[in-house]
Design a protein around this ligand. Sequence first.
Ligand code: K7E
Ligand code: CUA
Length: 620
Amino acid sequence: MNRQRMQLLFSGIAVAAILVLAAYSCAPKAPSGRRAGAAVSDIAFAAQKTYVAPGDLDEYYMFASGGHSGQIYVYGIPSMRHLSTIPVYTPYPATGYGFDDETKAMLGGLTWGDVHHPSLSETKGDYDGRWLFVNDMNGRIARVDLRDFKTHQILGPIANVSGNHGSAFVTPNTEYAMMASRFSIPLPKGTPAPVDKYATDYKGVVAAIKIDPQNGQMSLGWEILMPPFDYDLGDAGKLASDGWMFWTSYNTERATGQLEVTASQRDRDYIAAVNWREAEKAIAAGKGDDLGGVKVLDPKKVPGIVYLMPCGKSPHGVDVSPDGKYIIGSGKLQGVTTVFNIEKILTAIRNRDFIGEEDGIPVLKYESIKDAEVPVGLGPLHTQFGPDGYAYTSLFVDSAIAKWKLGTWEVVDKVPMSYSIGHLCAAEGDTVSPDGKWLVGLNKLSHGRHLSVGPSQPESSQLVDISEEKMKLLYDAFTEPEPHYAQMIKADKLHPIEVYPKAENHNPLAIWDVKDAGMTRQGDQVLVKVAEVRSTIWPTAITVKRGDTVKVAITNIEQTTDELHGFGLLDYNINLVVDPGETKTVTFKADKPGVFPYYCTNFCSALHQEMQGYLVVNVQ
Ligand code: K7E
Ligand code: CUA
């Protein structure tokens, strides 16, 4: 595209953005605080649809990314009530996460992460309710166990991956969770090279993280060396496309500098199609080279594992239809989304219908592999699916969701979003059997739709009813930054525990009788076994010497739902929360002499306030 056309396109986008801004800044508000314009019958309909009576339960869980807050937020759908925050990459004082020895070790000294894509584990392409995997930009993937809604493992930062945005998408039987580099760098990591050598000396990788089917434990599988593009989003093939993994990429110009200009020159970028089963075989056959301690396949030497599919300029999302037949990718500056057909892709590969190559990777012919360009509207980003052959595409620039039909490619409905939607999340909307019913738009702006809270405005999530032909906007909820992706699972697929059964606590430092609480010493190493039960912290006093290393192991000996106890030791910046039946440890150097109170931070009984004791640190 030449410069003039590009400027035209950008000014078109700017005009659209101004129109959107104008539309919402002028929207009048009724004096009651209720938005004017909505008919009472619409309000009554929406209220009835979303109302979950006191004591009643929601139908779905939605697990939403917390972006650079590093957390996962759990919502009930359709009420949109925030039920829980699952800390993953950032310490979270509310649950003591990142303060005890175990979670501190898991965080490895890093105190934030940028979470984008929660990925529920799947069996035969359907959510199975076992685990939730989630990426962090800093080359990591975490596993949350849905039995207790806690983070149990953080793997990484993984070698060679830089800027792990295209992650943590799982394959249909959770064989792998995938990763991809958004920011190509010279490899192995730690090798400096000037930025002007970007096109030749910088590389991206895609990485496959192996998942143990028994316990969800992750380990590094293998990687594939990729040209220095920015790999953005991925989705695993399923059914018709099982065994394939797709990633969008931008900056196939291999440009540096002001990327909004330099990386927008070509009319087409690529979707990389990776045959992960073939890659797995190649690794087993010893075809991987060691790079940074990882087995890495080079497509130049191992043909048949990667192909490039030309796609509209600077694509963002890529989404595979429930039957696996269609791969949908959108140039994010375009007015259409492209539908590729897996049969056509496989035929083109068989016929070697290539138009060139990039670092030894064949480039397929666009016209041979596409089925349709669907005129969804401006700025298509992400697509989700319903049970009836409908697809829902978010339109960032148009600030709307388009509903369209797979196969006929007809756009049948649009609903405006307030404002600037990124991802969207339909009920089980990226499985082999989507539920329909509910769709949540995850918007980047909320301006003017909530009581003002100053410059740091919340983001907005909007609930849309997709049970009928016409989509209906039902509800606004406001979220922490940054609502990238979310997934919605039927509530009855999860069976969380509410206490940790005593029989499962194998911590050697656990005690179950207050008589066993107390202190032992070996030189300057002090071990304190603590029992917490309504409404005492046993022992009620701990006396140590300055310079001692003190390890406190706290067991909450309750087996009653909701009876959490805390352990706050203010002056030493210690904050533990121990669930019923759980044992946690914290180790610290008693370097401040004096008397320091410790107390229970979780309101647990009428005498919660009495649940306290003293740490005495003697000078000698
Ligand atoms: Cu579109 Cu990181 Cu998936 Cu944000 S990403 S929207
Ligand atoms: Cu235990 Cu408050």
